[in-house]
Design a protein around this ligand. Structure first.
Ligand code: UDP
Length: 484
C-alpha cells in the first residue's frame, strides 16, 4: 500500500493524477470480447480493469429460483485475487455480496424482465485490476454487456462516484483519494437521471452532497456518451455498407487503412458473401443442368465447402448450447439434490408404500407359483380336513398335534414351578440348574417327548434359564405338520 501523500490536491487545484476536481478518469470500452457469453464488455477506467459477461435470458436454475411473471436478474461481482495490491481472498465476501446486491438493484428498474418469465439474466463481473471505483466501473461495463446481449432495457445505466478529498468535493476517486479521502459516494442512474444506486462512506454535509451530485450528473453524462458511442459503433453499422466496403477493399485494396469494421460485422459480411456466392453457384448450376456440370468438380466441391462451413457453424452453435446446458444441468443437479433432500421424507413414505405394494404383489406371485404343486395339494387336504372335523382334541390327536399342545400346557405349568424353584435357589445360592429341577416333574407328566427334546437342547440354552424352554405354539403347529 502506498504511503499517504502530503496533499491529494495541489495548490493549483490539480489532483495527483493530473485531473481537475470535476474530471473522470479516461475510459476505454471494448464490446463483445467473450465468444461464449451472450453479451460481454471489457472496460478500463483509469487503472481499473473490468470484464463482464452476460448470459440469458435463459432457463433459470435451480427451478425454485424462477419467477412466473418475470426473469430473475442475477449479478455476481467478483474480485480476482490478483486485482489488488494485497492479494484478495478468493470467493464471495461480505463486500462482494453487498456490491452484487446493490448493483443488481441498480439495473432492475431498466431491464424489461417481465418479457422473459421463468428465465434468468446472469451478469458476471470480474475485476481484473482494482484502483477504486470498481463497482461503478462494473456497472458501466455491465450496462454495455447487457445491451450487447440484446436484453431489452428502458435505457442504459451509468455510474460514477464523487468524494471528499482534502476538504474538496471531487469526481471519480482514484485509489489514493479513496484510501486517504474523507468520503466516497457512488451513484448510478438511468440516462434520464433517475437514481438507481446511492451509497455513502464517510461524512458529508447536505451541501456537499448537493455539490457532489452535480458533479456526478456531469460525470454520468460523459460516461453515457462513451457508452452510446461504443454501442453505435457496433450496432449502427449497416451490413450493406460493410459489404460494399469489404468489396471495395477487395477490389482496390485502398481502403485498408480506414477504421476496420468491428469483428462481428466483418464476420457478418463474410457470411453474407459466402451466401451470395452459394446462391450464384446455385443459379449457375440450375441454368446449365448438364450431367457434366452436375458432376464437375468445380461446382460440387464449392457447394460442399459452403455446406461444410454452414454445418460447422451450426455444429459450433449446438456445441455452445450443449455446453450451456451442461452448466445448467450442473446447477439443476445441485438444485435437485436440494429438492431431493427437502422431499426425501415424502418420497420415503411413497417409496415404502410402493415397496409394500410390490412385496404384496410378489407374495401373490409367489403363492400363485405354487398352485397345483403336490405340496400345496397336500397342504390343502390337511386344511380341508381340519375344517371338516371341528378343531377338537380328538382331531388334533389324529393329525398328530396333541402331544405338542399338551407339551405346551405342561411347559407352562412347569415354568411356574421353575420360577418358584429359582426364587428358592437364589435365596440359598445353590447352583442347581432349573432344567434339572424341572425335568423330573415333566417326566412325571405324560409328555415324555418334551423331556427328550429338553435333553437334546444345547447346554448353554439350558443354562440360560427357564425362558428358553418355552416353545412357541406356532412352532408346535409346524412340528405337527412335519410329523404328519
Ligand atoms: N480494495 C482492496 N482490497 C479489497 C477490497 C478493495 O485493495 O479487498 C481496494 C480496491 O482497489 C478497491 C478500493 O479498495 O477499488 C475501494 O474499494 P471499495 O470497497 O470502496 O469499492 P470500489 O470503490 O472499488 O467500488
Amino acid at each position: 500500500m502506498s504511503d499517504k501523500p502530503d496533499k491529494l490536491i495541489t495548490d493549483d487545484g490539480l489532483r495527483l493524477d493530473g485531473r481537475r476536481a470535476d474530471e473522470i478518469r479516461p475510459m476505454k470500452i471494448e464490446i463483445g470480447v467473450l465468444s461464449r457469453a451472450d453479451g460481454s464488455c471489457y472496460l478500463e477506467w483509469g487503472r481499473n480493469k473490468i470484464l463482464v459477461g452476460v448470459f440469458g435470458p435463459r432457463e433459470a436454475h435451480p427451478r425454485r429460483s424462477q419467477r412466473a411473471d418475470s426473469a430473475v436478474i442475477r449479478y455476481r461481482y467478483n474480485m480476482a485475487s490478483f486485482s489488488v495490491e494485497d492479494r484478495a481472498r478468493p470467493g464471495p465476501s461480505r463486500r462482494s455480496i453487498e456490491i452484487s446486491k446493490v448493483s443488481r438493484e441498480a439495473f432492475e428498474p431498466v431491464i424489461m424482465a417481465e418479457l422473459f418469465p421463468k428465465t434468468a439474466i446472469d451478469i458476471f463481473v470480474e475485476v481484473l485490476q482494482a484502483d477504486a471505483g470498481t463497482r461503478t466501473a462494473a456497472i458501466n461495463a455491465s450496462s454495455i454487456a447487457l445491451a450487447d446481449a440484446g436484453i431489452p432495457m428502458k435505457g442504459l445505466i451509468t455510474s460514477c462516484a464523487f468524494g471528499k478529498v482534502d476538504g474538496q468535493i471531487v469526481l471519480d476517486l482514484n485509489k489514493d483519494e479513496d484510501n486517504y479521502g474523507d468520503a466516497d459516494f457512488p451513484v448510478a442512474m438511468t440516462q434520464d437521471g433517475e437514481i438507481t444506486l446511492v451509497q455513502m462512506d464517510g461524512h458529508l454535509t447536505p451541501e456537499e452532497i448537493k455539490k457532489g451530485m452535480e458533479l456526478v450528473k456531469k460525470g454520468c453524462k460523459e460516461i453515457l456518451e462513451i457508452q452510446q458511442a461504443v454501442l453505435r459503433k457496433k450496432f449502427a453499422t449497416p451490413v450493406e455498407d460493410t459489404e460494399e466496403e469489404a468489396a471495395g477493399t477487395e477490389k482496390e485494396g485502398e481502403k485498408e487503412e480506414s477504421v476496420p469494421a468491428p469483428e462481428a460485422v466483418q464476420e457478418a459480411a463474410v457470411v453474407e458473401e459466402a451466401v451470395k456466392e452459394t446462391e450464384e453457384l446455385g443459379a449457375e448450376a440450375s441454368e446449365e443442368p448438364s450431367a457434366a456440370d452436375v458432376l464437375s468438380s468445380e461446382v460440387i466441391p464449392d457447394f460442399d465447402e459452403e455446406l461444410d462451413e454452414e454445418i460447422e457453424e451450426e455444429f459450433e452453435a449446438e456445441e455452445f448450447e450443449a455446453e450451456e446446458e451442461d452448466e445448467d444441468l450442473e446447477d439443476e443437479d445441485e438444485a435437485e439434490e436440494e429438492e431431493f433432500e427437502a422431499e426425501s421424507e415424502d418420497d420415503l413414505e411413497d417409496d415404502l408404500e410402493d415397496d409394500l405394494e410390490e412385496a404384496l404383489e410378489d407374495e401373490d406371485e409367489f403363492e400363485a407359483s405354487f398352485e397345483g404343486t403336490p405340496e400345496l395339494k397336500e397342504f390343502d387336504e390337511i386344511e380341508a380336513r381340519l375344517e371338516k372335523e371341528s378343531v377338537s382334541i380328538e382331531a388334533e390327536e389324529e393329525i398328530g398335534l396333541e402331544p405338542e399342545a399338551e407339551e405346551f400346557v405342561e411347559e407352562e405349568s412347569s415354568l411356574e414351578e421353575e420360577s418358584e424353584v429359582e426364587e428358592t435357589e437364589a435365596a440359598s445360592e445353590e447352583t442347581i440348574e432349573p432344567e434339572t429341577e424341572v425335568e423330573p416333574k415333566v417326566e412325571t407328566g405324560e409328555a415324555s417327548t418334551e423331556a427328550v427334546e429338553a435333553e437334546e437342547e444345547p447346554e448353554e440354552e439350558k443354562s440360560e434359564g427357564p425362558w428358553k424352554v418355552v416353545k412357541d405354539p406356532s412352532e408346535a403347529g409346524n412340528r405337527g405338520e412335519k410329523d404328519e
